[in-house]
Ligand binder design. Structure first.
Ligand SMILES: Cc1cc2nc3c(=O)[nH]c(=O)nc-3n(C[C@H](O)[C@H](O)[C@H](O)COP(=O)(O)OP(=O)(O)OC[C@H]3O[C@@H](n4cnc5c(N)ncnc54)[C@H](O)[C@@H]3O)c2cc1C
Length: 819
């Protein structure tokens, strides 16, 4: 390092790989931020220099696809600004299918692409052969073809971004390792290095596979695992040209791309090898600049065999080089971005699962915006670091799940597929009891949750398929049971918080879009909004006392929602948030007979007059004081019973005994999904996200615009209310009952795409497939517009007649509000 380090910088980016350089570039270019970047070795010397350079764009999330599309746009034109080429070539990408289920996957993928504004074509084997003459195509059903994908040179992109960052005023330092942080009140005040200490306001951890240990210096968990990832580079081959499309052959677990007239070929093994560094806590060594592992031909042979079968000319082609490098992978295959809960001025951009080159440009763009504004510029939930929890501090668990995720990289994406490793991890006190009822469990944030219950004669396990799956009829029965009699759901995994203190009510009024500081004993369904009016949280707030609130939210939102509340509590307010998730088990008793069953178990008066909808009471059941919340997400009469954890089993047993005469039965999460679709309850993360405001989502009734109370997102809601909405969430049913809706299907109005489904499933009372989605129209989406069109849904590339609904599909009169 020649230039001395400054003693102060507003923002310090750690890591000079593609992600750090892209983040520094965007911070400097888009926000004129005062930023320095510290790289322990040379720029690109981590994972970036040895990447293969394939750049794909389509993901299952619209926002992440947008991020990847941005990368391509940037790589195309960056040289015009910096004078340094990125090596971008739009070769297009072929994905090969040799199995019928894979073909259905591509038909769905092509529809998703269309929903997200991209043209993916499905072509036959003869067309593949024409585009790629060296390929053996006799086993192909066909291929998908995305012409706008391509490849680029990872080091060149990074150097170009670094130059661009400098041109906009960023300062980049090589040979400077960050060794520690000076912390005060959970925040970093300075970054320590052997070359001096830099005072700063914000730190961005883009340290690649080192991000876990860099995060740990600030007490932050960054759950990733370095895995050995290999590819070979061949000698030149006649028939391979600069324009040869990249190829993914997932049924053979391999990929190809052109490189100086030969091929790069790599793959994803079902039996990946983690990098066991042998250092304490499996730390990545400091000294790993431009280094690789020894070639591992034994492990790679599985790919070589498949590659030769696919491209026989490889038999006569020499291998010029093998690359065996480490890359960081994550437990769910998505990368990690955003503000950390543990240290609010530390952001992370890491864990890129071998698509960091494809993501780099866009990830830097959104991360820079997030850093500067303190909130994500679009719905980045699938990559948000706050999708993880304390569970992910267990590195052994993270490693096991990450290796499973790596092994699934190229497997067929069957709907409703569940991970199997590291389970069971967190179980409710009812786990064994529910097993006794033949529960089939899924897992969410480590919790085992009953998805469905197998009737006698049906094996209690999911049998995956692309069409209707084996649980369909069993779930239909559970659904009908809840609609007509009574069911009990174990929802103990709900995240639960308490906010206590003199200022708790005022703080929540500021954070929540709905009026929540009602009388003690009331509960309110509300959203929490960002400054754009986008929905960040969707939860129930129960007021237990003047200074005591009980907050219930979805299992997966636990870290995210608690971080959101914590970060938005007004400074110096007396309001203390505690996570009490594990203190209470949750039994939701739902259905027309719910009152009759419960009334037999408690002295409390459960009549509608004494205990109306939207109220919370402490009642005594089986000797336990239970928080009973009169809410529903399935649209039936019912209560959520929040029981002290130790009493959950006993209360369940009493409930099952008291309910025998009413034919009570347990039901699972797949029934909840079907029930809520019919009643029009929105699901956060799919139907309602930070991209959508409550008015667009049909939740304007839950926003306190008629009151003067200020709240975060109010201005945006006022603006939205004062002008014509350009998109609106509505429901669709298809006339054909056999259609399988999953989400991302394209909505056509009079033959023109106007949006896509955000969620989909089947309503067993109405007997129809149901999907939700935003219909978009620049000229406004008032009822007149919505109800005049002819609608179709494109499902797996086929068009089906559909009916649009602006109200709930099943009688909404029972119990109105979600909890
Ligand atoms: C074999 C292989 C093939 C791949 N092929 C592709 C592909 O085709 N397409 C694709 O999109 N992706 C591919 N990838 C993935 C891609 O290489 C990575 O996702 C990407 O390079 C990650 O970039 P990064 O900036 O996060 O990490 P890195 O490039 O590792 O950068 C992190 C930097 O942080 C620095 N650092 C760490 N700790 C400190 C510290 N304490 N202080 C200062 N600096 C620090 C490191 O020295 C390093 O330079 C491939 C990866 C491998 C291994």
């Amino acid at each position: 390092m020649n230039t001395p380090l400054p003693s102060h910088a507003r923002i310090v980016v750690i890591g000079g790989g593609i992600i750090g350089c892209s983040t520094a570039y965007h911070l400097a270019r888009d926000h004129q931020a005062e930023v320095i970047l510290l790289e322990q070795g040379k720029l690109t010397s981590g994972s970036t220099w040895h990447a293969a350079g394939l750049v794909g764009q389509l993901r299952s999330s619209a926002s992440i696809t947008q991020v990847l599309k941005y990368s391509v746009d940037l790589y195309k034109r960056l040289h015009q600004e910096t004078g340094l080429e990125t090596g971008w070539k739009m070769t297009g990408c072929l994905r090969l299918a040799t199995q019928p289920d894979r073909w259905v996957e591509y038909q769905r993928l092509a529809t998703t692409a269309r929903s997200f504004g991209m043209d993916m074509h499905l072509i036959d084997a003869a067309e593949v052969q024409r585009m790629w003459p060296l390929m053996e195509v006799s086993d192909l059903i066909g291929a998908s073809w995305l012409p706008t994908d391509g490849q680029a040179n990872p080091s060149d992109i990074t150097q170009s971004l670094a130059k661009g960052a400098r041109m906009h005023g960023a300062r980049l330092f090589e040979g400077v390792r960050v060794t520690g942080f000076v912390m005060q009140d959970r925040r970093i005040t300075a970054v320590q290095t052997p070359h001096g200490t830099v005072q700063c306001e914000t730190v961005v951890n883009c340290a690649g596979q080192w991000a876990r240990q860099v995060g740990a210096l600030a007490g932050v968990s960054v759950p990733l695992q370095a895995v050995k990832h290999q590819y070979v580079v061949t000698d030149t081959m006649a028939g391979i040209t600069r324009d040869t499309p990249t190829v993914r052959d997932p049924d053979r677990r391999i990929y190809f791309k052109e490189e100086v007239g030969g091929l790069v070929m790599g793959g994803y093994e079902p039996n990946p090898k983690a990098w066991d560094t042998g250092l304490p806590a499996d730390a990545i060594p400091d000294q790993w600049e431009f280094r690789l592992f020894d070639d591992d031909y034994d492990h790679f042979e599985q790919h070589m065999t498949h590659a030769i079968a696919r491209v026989p000319a490889l038999n006569d082609t020499g291998v010029r080089q093998m690359i065996n490098g480490p890359e960081s992978f994550t437990p769910d295959g998505n990368f990690i971005l955003g503000r950390t809960q543990e240290c609010p001025n530390l952001y992370v951009g890491a864990g890129f699962n071998a698509f960091g080159i494809a993501s780099g440009g866009g990830a830097g763009w959104v991360l820079a915006d997030w850093v500067v504004h303190g909130e994500a510029p679009l719905d980045l939930w699938t990559v948000d670091i706050n999708r993880f929890s304390d569970l992910h501090r267990d590195h052994a668990w993270v490693r096991e799940r990450t290796l499973e995720a790596y092994g699934k990289h190229y497997t067929i994406a069957f709907p409703h597929d569940e991970y199997t490793s590291g389970r069971p991890r967190i179980v409710s006190p009812l786990y064994e009891r529910l097993q006794g009822h033949r529960a089939v469990f899924g897992s969410k944030l480590g919790w085992e949750r009953p998805n469905w219950f197998a009737p006698p004669g049906i094996e209690p396990r999911d049998v995956l398929s692309m069409g209707r799956q084996n649980w369909f009829e069993a779930v239909a029965e559970e659904h009908r049971h809840v609609r007509t009699r009574v069911g009990v759901f174990d929802q103990s995994s709900f995240a639960k918080f308490e906010l206590r203190g003199r200022d708790a009510a005022a703080a929540l009024e500021r954070i929540c879009a709905n009026h929540v500081a009602r009388q003690p004993g009331r509960l309110t369904y509300t959203q929490m909004l960002n400054t754009r009016g986008g929905i960040e949280c969707d939860l129930t707030v129960a007021r237990l006392a003047d200074d005591h609130f009980y907050i219930v939210t979805g299992t997966a939102s636990r870290t995210h929602d608690s971080a959101w509340i914590q970060e938005h509590l007004p400074a110096r307010s007396e309001a203390h948030l505690t996570d009490v998730t594990e203190a209470f088990g949750t039994l939701s008793v739902m259905g027309p007979s719910a009152r009759s069953v419960l009334q037999g178990m408690t002295d409390a008066d459960l009549s509608n007059e004494a205990f109306p909808f939207g109220h919370v009471r402490e009642i005594r059941i089986a000797g336990w004081v239970v928080r009973a919340l009169r809410v529903t997400y399935v649209g039936e009469l019912g209560w959520e019973l929040h029981v002290p954890l130790a009493g959950t089993g006993e209360v369940f047993d009493t409930l099952m005994a008291a309910g025998r005469g009413f034919d009570i039965r347990p039901a699972g999460y797949r029934a909840i999904e079907s029930l809520r679709l019919e009643k029009g309850y929105r699901a956060w993360g799919s139907d309602i996200t930070p991209n959508d405001n409550p008015l667009e989502a049909g939740l304007g009734w839950a926003v306190k615009l008629k009151q003067d109370t200020p709240f975060i997102g109010r201005d945006a809601c006022v603006r939205a209310a004062g002008s014509a909405l350009k998109k609106r969430l509505v429901a669709f049913t298809t006339t054909d009952p056999a259609v399988v809706l999953l989400g991302r299907e394209t909505i056509l109005r009079d033959g023109t795409p106007v949006g896509y489904l955000t969620s989909g499933g089947f309503g067993h009372t109405v007997g129809k497939p149901i999907g939700y989605g935003y219909v978009r129209h620049e000229g406004g989406v008032e009822d007149g517009f919505l109800h005049t069109g002819n609608y179709e849904l494109v499902v797996a590339n086929e068009r089906f007649a559909a009916t649009l609904h602006t109200t709930a599909l099943h009688d909404p009169s029972n119990e109105r509000v979600k909890g």
